[in-house]
Design a protein around this ligand. Structure first.
Ligand SMILES: [Zn+2]
Length: 263
C-alpha cells in the first residue's frame, strides 16, 4: 500500500484544487513554482513531479523508540533497535521525515547548495509531522551550526533555515546561535561511523552567553540529515554539559539502516 505523502495533494480533480487568491495566482504567473529536483515548472501544491513523489520514502512506525531507525517488527511499545540496546546514544530521541535516498538526497542538495528556500515550508511541514511528539515537548529549538569559515563560504546554514521553519510550526522558541562549532572538521562523506565520531568529537560548544537559555531546558536539535548520528551526539553532549534537561534530534532525512552495533 502506498504511504500518504504529507503535504502533497494530487493535482487532478476539481475537489483537490487549492484555493488561490488573486494575488497568489498572479504570484504563480510571475514566479512559477519549480520542481525542487529538476527545476521544471510544476503544477499543483507540491513542488515535485509525481514520479519523484512516488520515490520519496516517508518514515513511519514501527521505529526504534530512541534513534528512530525503521524496525521490521515492533513487539512491544517503546521498542529499541539492537544498537540502542547495546549503547544508548547521547541524545534522547531522534526522528526524521524521510529515509535518505536518491530523491531526498536531491532535496537536501537543492537546499544546501542551491539555497532553495522555497522548499522550506513544505520540508518543515514533513519534519513537524514526523517529530510531532518531540516538538510538543521542546522548550528550545537549536540548529546544528556550521564552522565560521564554511558559513562564510556558503553564505548560509541550511540547518538554521530548517530550524526556523520548524519553529514557525511550534510554540518552542528558537536559539540559532546556542552552539558554536569550534573545530572546522573535514567533510564527513566517506568516513566510517567511528571515523565520523572521532572527526566531530569536541567540535561543538555552547556559547557562554547562551548557556542560560539551555540549562534545564528540553532541547530539539535540528539538522538536514542524520547519517551515523556522530554530529548529533557531539552536539547533544555539548548541550547536556551545559545543563540541558534532554536533547531530541529532528532531521529532514536519515540513513535508514541501523546504527552499527558496537560488539
Ligand atoms: Zn535505535
Amino acid at each position: 500500500m502506498e504511504k500518504a505523502s504529507p503535504g502533497y495533494v494530487a493535482a487532478s480533480g476539481p475537489s483537490h484544487k487549492p484555493r488561490r487568491t488573486r494575488l497568489g495566482a498572479l504570484a504563480g504567473v510571475i514566479w512559477p513554482q519549480r520542481s525542487l529536483i529538476t527545476g521544471r515548472e510544476v503544477a499543483g501544491p507540491g513542488a515535485l513531479e509525481p514520479e519523484h513523489w512516488s520515490k520519496l520514502h516517508f518514515l513511519s512506525d514501527p521505529l526504534c523508540a530512541c534513534c528512530g531507525v525503521p524496525l521490521d517488527l515492533a513487539v512491544e511499545e517503546d521498542q529499541l533497535c539492537g544498537a540502542c540496546l547495546v549503547r544508548r546514544p547521547v541524545y534522547n530521541r531522534a526522528r526524521a521525515a524521510l529515509a535518505y535516498g536518491d530523491v531526498s538526497r536531491e532535496l537536501v542538495l537543492a537546499l544546501k547548495y542551491q539555497g532553495r528556500r522555497d522548499s522550506l515550508d513544505l520540508l518543515a511541514r514533513w519534519m513537524a509531522t514526523a517529530g510531532a511528539e518531540l516538538l510538543r515537548d521542546a522548550d528550545v529549538i537549536v540548529p546544528v551550526p556550521l564552522h565560521y569559515f564554511r558559513l562564510v563560504r556558503r553564505g548560509f546554514n541550511q540547518s538554521v533555515w530548517l530550524a526556523a521553519a520548524v519553529a514557525r510550526k511550534s510554540s518552542a522558541e528558537i536559539c540559532v546561535d546556542a552552539l558554536k562549532r569550534i573545530r572546522a572538521t573535514p567533510i564527513q562523506g566517506g568516513l566510517s561511523a567511528e571515523g565520523r565520531r572521532r572527526n566531530v568529537q569536541a567540535a561543538f560548544r555552547v556559547r557562554r552567553g547562551q548557556k542560560a537559555r539551555i540549562t534545564d531546558k528540553k532541547i530539539l536539535l535540528v539538522d538536514d540529515v542524520l547519517t551515523t548520528g556522530a554530529t548529533a551526539e557531539a552536539c547533544s553532549l555539548a548541550l547536556k554539559r551545559a545543563g540541558a534537561q534532554c536533547v531530541d534530534v529532528l532531521t529532514l532525512a536519515r540513513v535508514a539502516r541501523p546504527r552499527t552495533v558496537p560488539i
